[in-house]
Design a protein around this ligand. Structure first.
Ligand code: NAP
Length: 284
């Protein structure tokens, strides 16, 4: 029997609301300009997981009144060819957001491909320009999963200001930007990674814990500070998070489930940023 005391942070419900708001904004863009916001998705090769992700994103676009344009390139595409395809989308006024599905294959310079995305169309927040803007606290698009985490905190009235935030994981698309966004909201941020010594004692100080490790049930309830807000961004095979949910829920005040927490917010932020991009590009 569970003795859970934590409140669930319902990412599925928040994502639904975010997509509804985005759909209303998309409809307003179309009404005022006659132009429908458009997300271009670029897929290199036919990795089944990537194919599924791209299809899912296209379906969600359609439901939100966003057009999608799909560019499919063969697995043997060179860096130059991919950069040329993305540059063409960057220059196409009918495209407002660009998503390059990764991984793109080891023979391709992924960074060069990402950098071909015009910053004003970088709705997945993957370019150096977007990352720098976030670091400087300037307007721009954020990496979608960390952006979703911040929206979840806001939706549950968690003000990071003055709180001790611990981010476990420092990847460029998740852990690092999550920490920067929390810092931008005046949290006192500590990053942990594979070389961190005495990880448990650092995690125990967290008022806000973000788990972005990629190891199932890695963080145990005994290390959660009573009353902490626990955000589990992990998504491991079998729909298992990085946090041992049952034991963590006994001590946390708020906790995201896996699935149904951070995951659904990622696509919701992608759609919201696509419409935001369209609004800006169309001068609304
Ligand atoms: P990643 O690039 O593999 O990064 C994992 C991070 O965890 C690294 O910084 C690594 O440290 C750190 N780490 C590994 N072992 C550790 C240990 N024993 N102690 C402390 N830190 C350790 O993974 P990622 O792309 O950030 O993804 C992380 C998780 O989030 C995965 O489960 C992924 O599926 C999930 N994810 C979910 C979404 C979503 O939409 N919900 C989106 C993206 C990712 P080093 O830097 O020292 O190697």
């Amino acid at each position: 029997m569970s003795t859970s005391t934590a409140t669930l942070m319902d990412g599925t419900a928040l994502a639904r609301r975010t997509v509804e708001e985005t759909a209303a904004r998309a409809a307003e863009v179309t009404r005022r300009t006659g132009v429908t916001p458009c997300l271009a998705t670029v897929l290199v090769g036919a990795d089944p997981a990537s194919v599924t992700y791209v299809k899912m994103k296209q379906n969600r676009c359609a439901k939100a009144g966003i057009r999608s344009r799909h560019v499919e390139l063969p697995a043997e595409t060179t860096t130059e060819e991919l950069v040329a395809a993305i540059t063409a989308l960057s220059e196409d006024p009918e495209v407002h957001g660009i998503l390059l599905q990764h991984p793109v294959g080891p023979h391709i310079d992924e960074r060069a491909a990402f950098e071909a995305i015009a910053p004003e169309k970088d709705v997945d927040g993957v370019t150096m320009a977007s990352f720098a803007a976030m670091g400087f606290g300037l307007p721009g698009f954020v990496s979608c999963t960390p952006g979703g985490i911040m929206r979840l905190l806001d939706a549950y009235d968690v003000d990071p200001s003055g709180k001790r935030a611990v981010v476990v994981g420092r990847s460029a698309i998740l852990g690092k930007p999550a920490g920067l966004l929390l810092l931008g909201r005046d949290a006192t941020v500590t990053y942990c990674h594979s070389r961190t010594k005495d990880l448990s004692s650092v995690i125990r100080e967290a008022d806000i814990l973000v788990a972005a490790v990629g190891k199932p049930n890695f963080i145990k309830g005994e290390d959660i500070k009573p009353g902490a807000v626990v955000i589990d961004a992990g998504y491991n095979p079998g729909n298992i998070g990085d946090v041992d949910f049952a034991s963590a829920a006994e001590r946390a005040s708020l906790i995201t489930p896996v699935p149904g927490g951070v995951g659904p917010m990622t696509i919701a932020v992608l759609l919201a940023q696509t419409v935001e991009g369209a609004e800006r590009q169309l001068g609304l």
